[in-house]
Design a protein around this ligand. Structure first.
Ligand SMILES: [Fe+2]
Ligand SMILES: [Fe+2]
Length: 135
Protein backbone atom coordinates (compact mmCIF):
# COMPACT_ATOMS: atom_id res chain seq x y z
CA UNK A 1 0.00 0.00 0.00
CA UNK A 2 1.23 3.48 -0.87
CA UNK A 3 2.62 5.40 2.08
CA UNK A 4 2.36 8.72 0.22
CA UNK A 5 0.18 10.25 -2.42
CA UNK A 6 0.79 13.43 -4.39
CA UNK A 7 -2.02 15.97 -4.12
CA UNK A 8 -2.59 19.53 -5.23
CA UNK A 9 -1.60 20.90 -1.81
CA UNK A 10 1.97 19.75 -2.60
CA UNK A 11 2.06 21.69 -5.86
CA UNK A 12 4.80 24.31 -6.35
CA UNK A 13 3.05 25.55 -9.53
CA UNK A 14 6.08 24.73 -11.70
CA UNK A 15 5.25 21.71 -13.91
CA UNK A 16 8.81 20.30 -14.13
CA UNK A 17 9.26 20.43 -10.34
CA UNK A 18 5.80 19.01 -9.60
CA UNK A 19 6.63 16.11 -11.96
CA UNK A 20 9.91 15.46 -10.11
CA UNK A 21 8.17 15.54 -6.72
CA UNK A 22 5.64 13.02 -8.07
CA UNK A 23 8.49 10.74 -9.18
CA UNK A 24 10.11 11.07 -5.74
CA UNK A 25 6.84 10.04 -4.10
CA UNK A 26 6.54 7.04 -6.45
CA UNK A 27 10.09 5.95 -5.55
CA UNK A 28 9.41 6.36 -1.82
CA UNK A 29 6.31 4.17 -2.23
CA UNK A 30 8.40 1.55 -4.10
CA UNK A 31 10.93 1.55 -1.28
CA UNK A 32 8.16 1.27 1.30
CA UNK A 33 6.71 -1.75 -0.57
CA UNK A 34 10.14 -3.37 -0.77
CA UNK A 35 10.80 -2.84 2.96
CA UNK A 36 7.38 -3.97 4.19
CA UNK A 37 6.99 -6.76 1.63
CA UNK A 38 9.89 -8.77 2.99
CA UNK A 39 11.81 -8.51 -0.30
CA UNK A 40 15.43 -9.77 -0.47
CA UNK A 41 17.90 -7.21 0.84
CA UNK A 42 19.53 -6.75 -2.58
CA UNK A 43 16.12 -5.69 -3.89
CA UNK A 44 15.75 -3.20 -1.03
CA UNK A 45 19.30 -1.94 -1.67
CA UNK A 46 18.37 -1.28 -5.31
CA UNK A 47 15.21 0.62 -4.28
CA UNK A 48 17.30 2.70 -1.84
CA UNK A 49 19.84 3.47 -4.53
CA UNK A 50 17.11 4.63 -6.91
CA UNK A 51 15.39 6.99 -4.48
CA UNK A 52 18.63 8.43 -3.04
CA UNK A 53 20.13 9.12 -6.47
CA UNK A 54 16.89 10.59 -7.80
CA UNK A 55 16.62 12.86 -4.76
CA UNK A 56 20.16 14.17 -5.42
CA UNK A 57 19.34 14.84 -9.09
CA UNK A 58 16.15 16.62 -8.07
CA UNK A 59 18.02 18.81 -5.57
CA UNK A 60 20.53 19.87 -8.14
CA UNK A 61 17.81 20.65 -10.73
CA UNK A 62 15.74 22.59 -8.20
CA UNK A 63 18.77 24.54 -6.92
CA UNK A 64 19.60 25.52 -10.51
CA UNK A 65 16.07 26.84 -10.99
CA UNK A 66 16.32 28.83 -7.74
CA UNK A 67 19.72 30.27 -8.71
CA UNK A 68 18.56 31.28 -12.18
CA UNK A 69 15.52 32.98 -10.65
CA UNK A 70 17.76 34.79 -8.06
CA UNK A 71 15.72 33.36 -5.17
CA UNK A 72 16.61 35.31 -1.99
CA UNK A 73 16.45 32.26 0.29
CA UNK A 74 18.63 30.13 -1.96
CA UNK A 75 21.35 29.42 0.63
CA UNK A 76 18.90 28.45 3.33
CA UNK A 77 17.11 26.16 0.89
CA UNK A 78 20.35 24.58 -0.27
CA UNK A 79 21.29 23.95 3.38
CA UNK A 80 18.08 21.99 3.95
CA UNK A 81 18.87 19.88 0.86
CA UNK A 82 22.44 19.21 2.03
CA UNK A 83 21.23 18.09 5.45
CA UNK A 84 18.82 15.57 3.95
CA UNK A 85 21.37 14.35 1.38
CA UNK A 86 23.86 13.64 4.20
CA UNK A 87 21.20 11.82 6.21
CA UNK A 88 20.23 9.68 3.19
CA UNK A 89 23.89 8.81 2.51
CA UNK A 90 24.33 7.62 6.07
CA UNK A 91 21.15 5.51 6.01
CA UNK A 92 22.14 3.99 2.64
CA UNK A 93 25.56 3.13 4.06
CA UNK A 94 24.00 1.56 7.16
CA UNK A 95 21.67 -0.59 5.05
CA UNK A 96 24.50 -1.72 2.75
CA UNK A 97 26.36 -2.77 5.87
CA UNK A 98 23.64 -5.05 7.16
CA UNK A 99 21.39 -2.76 9.19
CA UNK A 100 17.85 -3.64 8.03
CA UNK A 101 16.27 -0.96 10.24
CA UNK A 102 17.89 1.70 8.02
CA UNK A 103 15.41 0.82 5.23
CA UNK A 104 12.44 1.67 7.46
CA UNK A 105 14.19 4.81 8.71
CA UNK A 106 14.75 5.90 5.11
CA UNK A 107 11.03 5.63 4.35
CA UNK A 108 10.19 7.59 7.53
CA UNK A 109 12.82 10.27 6.83
CA UNK A 110 11.66 10.75 3.23
CA UNK A 111 7.98 10.80 4.22
CA UNK A 112 8.63 13.50 6.82
CA UNK A 113 10.64 15.36 4.16
CA UNK A 114 7.71 15.41 1.75
CA UNK A 115 5.36 16.72 4.45
CA UNK A 116 7.76 19.32 5.84
CA UNK A 117 10.11 20.42 3.08
CA UNK A 118 7.97 20.12 -0.07
CA UNK A 119 4.84 21.38 1.66
CA UNK A 120 6.80 24.12 3.46
CA UNK A 121 10.09 25.32 1.95
CA UNK A 122 9.41 24.24 -1.65
CA UNK A 123 5.96 25.79 -1.70
CA UNK A 124 7.49 29.04 -0.37
CA UNK A 125 9.45 29.53 -3.62
CA UNK A 126 6.39 28.86 -5.84
CA UNK A 127 5.29 32.47 -6.31
CA UNK A 128 8.85 33.63 -6.98
CA UNK A 129 9.51 30.95 -9.61
CA UNK A 130 6.15 31.50 -11.33
CA UNK A 131 6.89 35.26 -11.57
CA UNK A 132 10.37 34.50 -12.97
CA UNK A 133 8.82 32.38 -15.76
CA UNK A 134 10.29 29.04 -14.61
CA UNK A 135 8.49 26.08 -16.14
FE1 LIG B 1 13.70 21.88 -2.05
FE1 LIG C 1 11.87 19.81 -4.14
Amino acid sequence: MAVLQWSQDLSVRVPSLDAQHQTMIALINELHDAVTGGRPRLFVDAAIEKVVEYTREHFSFEENCLLKACYQRFEHHQCEHSELAAKLDLLRWRHRNGDDAAGTELVETLTTWVHRHIRGSDRSYAGHLVRSGTE
